[in-house]
Write a protein that binds this ligand. Structure first.
Ligand code: ZN
Length: 491
């Protein structure tokens, strides 16, 4: 029986194939091209852009890599595809366009799309059965960003997540599935967003604590599930759960780490994360592999949960190298971020890379001196205008939902993280000398505030989104209320 929202029967809108969007595999075929056939010459979008758009966002980049590879071809094709959208000329763009040539946020369409994403799915989506808490989290976060009151779905969220919690601790990705840190992270954050005693009380903290103890590894990191891989996602998800649920920092008596002399969940963790910074300056999923935007966010957010960024990030990372790698993730003319070197722009990195900036900014700003925002000593570390233009111009699907790039179908994952990136461009995030938590260890994590950016915006007042907590990626109040409730409950 399909569920209803606000008395209205809804069904999810899908691409005609009834299948989740497929990620194309990049083919590796070596090719060469004579220097005379400069790829910029192939660019066909010669039509004049709408007024108010700087040339940086309407023309191919002036400096091109002369080495022609599959990646270069794909990059050229992506620019070709994005240019009509960046110029505000594509027939599928709805508008209205403002004086900066930027189309309005199609708020109602995106709200409708996200409510639909909480409903029935066709058989082709069976592969997503292990991502149920994520489907809930993406929809609730997107709706919260758009100003919707998600407490209206509290009972449904509780009923959906309840059977996914395992007696041995943690939440599985679906009913009857093994507990996993990613699913547990999404479940806990979803419960925080709908809020209320019944939602908070759903989590079995004792079994969660013992389960996390079995995931903590001797090198400081965390496995994502028992017998599963160890990576920085695991570390970030674990510290998110520990800090929000006010779990004891001490390892349970039977934790694996105790046999190697560890006492706390944070032992050796900063060193583990430090080993994930690569020669490029970015951060990888585990030591020795390629730097990646999403892992960079997980590592930096994890460091910012376990201590003040000016201490943890500054001590564990080579900051100039990290800044250099992160800056290279923003493409022109697209304006959006790529996740790795020589990869294409993708809307979801608006959050994964975009969310790294306030954490770095905080590491640079140093210890907060007041309850208010610090003086803006430096401007923005990235081009907010570029990211706004990419998100509003290229990522909005004409029937609601946001996407990776033009030509791709929207999905709730991209809708959530593209909107999170848009919110990130619209706010200053800063720490204060006051914490919402009485915890000494996590005082810094609960000292974040946000204020809207007023200067040089290329978006309109109606395009404004709610601010998210830069570490927990849910509204500030949702994170703080959950933490305070557990602080008042004996463990
Ligand atoms: Zn993506």
């Amino acid at each position: 029986m399909p569920l209803t929202v606000a008395g209205k029967h809804r069904r999810v809108r899908f691409p005609s194939t009834n299948q989740p969007a497929q990620i194309p595999r990049e083919q590796k075929r070596p090719r060469t091209r004579p220097a005379s056939s400069h790829p910029a010459g192939k660019m066909t979008s010669q039509e004049a852009p709408r007024p108010g758009i700087p040339a940086l966002f309407t023309q191919p980049p002036p400096i091109r890599d002369p080495l022609v590879t599959e990646s270069v071809d794909l990059q050229d094709a992506t620019i070709e595809k994005c240019l009509p959208f960046l110029k505000g000329l594509h027939s599928s763009q709805k508008g209205p366009f403002n004086v900066c040539g930027v189309p309005a946020l199609q708020r109602d369409d995106h709200v409708g799309y996200l409510y639909d994403s909480l409903e029935d799915y066709p058989a082709g989506f069976v592969a997503m059965d292990a991502s149920r808490p994520w489907m809930v989290y993406w929809a609730l976060t997107g709706l919260s960003l758009l100003g919707e009151d998600v407490t209206s779905v509290r009972q449904r969220v509780i009923k959906t997540l309840q059977p996914m919690q395992n007696p041995a601790g943690g939440f599985g990705g679906g009913h009857g599935q093994t507990s996993h840190l990613a699913g547990s992270y999404a479940a806990v954050l979803s419960l925080a967003m709908v809020g209320g005693e019944e939602a908070y009380a759903l989590v079995d903290r004792q079994s969660m604590w013992r389960w996390l103890g079995r995931l903590k590894q001797a090198d400081g990191g965390f496995r994502v599930c028992e017998g599963g891989e160890e990576d920085v996602r695991g570390a970030y998800c674990a510290m998110t759960i520990i800090s929000l649920l006010d779990l004891p920092l001490a390892l349970p008596p039977d934790a694996v780490g105790r046999s190697t002399g560890m006492e706390n969940f944070t032992d050796e963790l900063p060193n583990y994360l430090a080993r994930c910074q690569t020669f490029e300056g970015g951060i990888s999923g585990s030591p020795g592999v390629e730097a990646h935007g999403a892992y960079a966010f997980c590592a930096l957010a994890c460091l910012s949960i376990i201590g003040p960024p000016e201490e943890t990030i500054a001590r564990c990372m080579d900051l100039p190298l990290l800044l250099s790698w992160l800056s290279a993730r923003q493409n022109a003319p697209e304006g959006g971020f790529s996740g790795r070197t020589n990869k294409l722009v993708d809307g979801c990195y608006s959050h994964w890379v975009g969310g790294c900036w306030p954490l770095l900014q905080s590491a640079i700003d140093g210890k907060p001196q007041s309850a208010g925002p610090p003086p803006q000593a430096v401007g923005s570390l990235f081009s907010r205008e570029g990211l706004d233009r990419y998100i509003l111009g290229c990522c909005q699907s004409p029937h609601g939902g946001l996407r990776d790039k033009p030509g791709k179908s929207p999905d709730s994952y991209h809708t959530c993280y593209v909107l999170a990136g848009l919110s990130e461009t619209q706010h200053h995030h800063y720490r204060t000398d006051i914490s919402a938590s009485s915890s000494e260890v996590f005082a810094s994590a609960f000292s974040w505030k946000s204020s809207p950016i007023r200067e040089d915006n290329v978006f309109e007042k109606n395009d404004r989104l709610t601010a998210l907590h830069p570490l927990y990626v849910i509204p500030h109040q949702a994170a703080e209320r959950m933490r305070l409730w557990y602080e008042s409950e004996p463990f």
